[in-house]
Design a protein around this ligand. Structure first.
Ligand SMILES: *Cc1c(COP(=O)(O)O)cnc(C)c1O
Length: 378
């Protein structure tokens, strides 16, 4: 059959392969009427933590809540500063601002789209020594499935005594110099939003940590700060995860490495097929890391024109992200202006995500590559 559409992501194909297992566990949970936390959640936490080479795992309501809860456990609050990348999904910065702390946005490296250690140093150097003491934490993001430069980030965090919260929402299973991401900083924050590499059937997230005292704190904060029940030493919230979500993610975990391998093979196929375009298109590169390709993001000069051309030929693409965080309207009170973080601004104008999900066929990838070449836009 002639191909004339390729979706950016089609989760129905994956569901077909696990449907029986999912329906079985769903029925089991309905019968048990144990919907929140409990044994299914504990089993899931144990195995995800182990998959991430981390001592502890704590299931939470979403990736966003994983970030918020980690910042709360690090005692980040009003008046504190938190350094992060300007080029990420909104939740990375939103969680900082929701605690009345101040996000300090820094630029990225264009080759990886990840936070630039040099830009972090520059941002710290531009602060007064009084302000420097307020910098409590740093949130690197492992964007699109590729690890940030963790050696440099850990060095800086030690120098200035900062907590490191890895936003690993897009990067479960990725590695940095042989180490699983999420196990390197103080906290690793994962999202199981359906479009992530390991997706729930709704919202869910998880925090990894290797520190027992942080784990204990997170567990208490997850249930309104109560310990024992109805006695509140601290103010937490409802950050609980549903047993259904935990059980479904747990089932899918078995297949994650297989699915990741397929994403990596798809990336290799694109590289092979688009090689002849040379410098006119910038493809993702892999730097000291096991890239897990939550997204396959290219940089092209005439991005909007290419996106329109591909849409016309039935190919789903997406722009991650059209507006860097330092220029978002809700952060106008921080007084950033156009030109402050030029690499993030450049990426926002020229990046385009192509279909990369595991179940794509070779023919579909060939079709996408062929249309990119036909467009003459790169
Ligand atoms: C998806 C995502 C989040 C938020 O996760 P949710 O589960 O949707 O709340 C945070 N950071 C990044 C980089 C993400 O991609």
């Amino acid at each position: 059959m002639e191909i004339n559409t390729v979706q950016l992501l089609d989760l129905k194909k994956q569901y077909k392969t696990i449907k029986e297992e999912v329906l079985k566990v769903t029925e089991e949970i309905y019968e048990s009427q144990q919907f929140i936390l409990g044994q299914k959640v504990e089993a899931f936490e144990k195995d995800i933590a182990s998959y991430c080479d981390s001592q502890y795992g704590i299931g939470v309501s979403s990736g966003t809540d994983a970030l918020l809860l980690s910042l709360m456990a690090a005692d980040v609050s009003h008046g504190d500063y938190v350094i992060t990348t300007s080029y990420s999904f909104f939740a990375t910065a939103g969680s900082i601002a929701r605690l009345s702390a101040k996000p300090i946005f820094v630029d990225i490296c264009l080759d990886t789209f990840n936070i630039s250690p040099e830009s972090i140093e520059n941002a710290i150097n531009s602060l007064s020594s009084e302000e420097r003491k307020k910098v409590k934490a740093i949130i690197p993001v492992h964007l699109y499935g590729q690890s940030a430069d963790m050696d440099a980030i850990i060095d800086i965090s030690r120098k200035y005594n900062m907590i490191v919260i890895e936003d690993a929402a897009q990067a479960i299973g990725s590695e940095y110099k042989g180490k699983k991401i999420g196990s390197i900083g103080d906290f690793g924050c994962f999202s199981f939003f359906p479009s992530k590499n390991l997706g729930a059937f709704g919202d869910a997230g998880l925090i990894t940590t290797n520190k027992k005292e942080l784990y204990e704190k997170l567990k208490i904060l997850r249930v309104h700060g109560s310990n024992p029940k109805y006695y509140h030493k601290v103010i937490g919230g409802n950050f609980r995860i549903d047993a259904l979500q935990a059980a479904i993610i747990h089932i899918k975990l078995k297949y994650l490495d297989e699915w990741t391998k397929k994403r990596q093979n798809n990336a290799d196929k694109y590289r092979e097929l688009l090689k002849e375009l040379g410098d006119k298109i910038k493809l993702p590169i892999e730097k000291e890391s096991r890239h897990t390709y939550n997204q396959f993001v290219i940089l092209v000069k005439e991005r909007d024109e290419l996106k329109n051309f591909l849409t016309k030929h039935g190919i789903g693409t997406e722009i991650y992200y059209p507006v860097p965080l330092h220029l978002q309207e809700c952060f106008s009170y921080l007084n950033y202006k156009q030109g402050d973080l030029p690499v993030s601004e450049y990426a926002a104008l020229h990046s385009l995500a192509l279909p990369i999900y595991p179940e794509l066929s070779e023919e579909e990838i060939t079709y996408v590559a062929q249309k990119i070449k036909e467009s003459k836009l790169c």
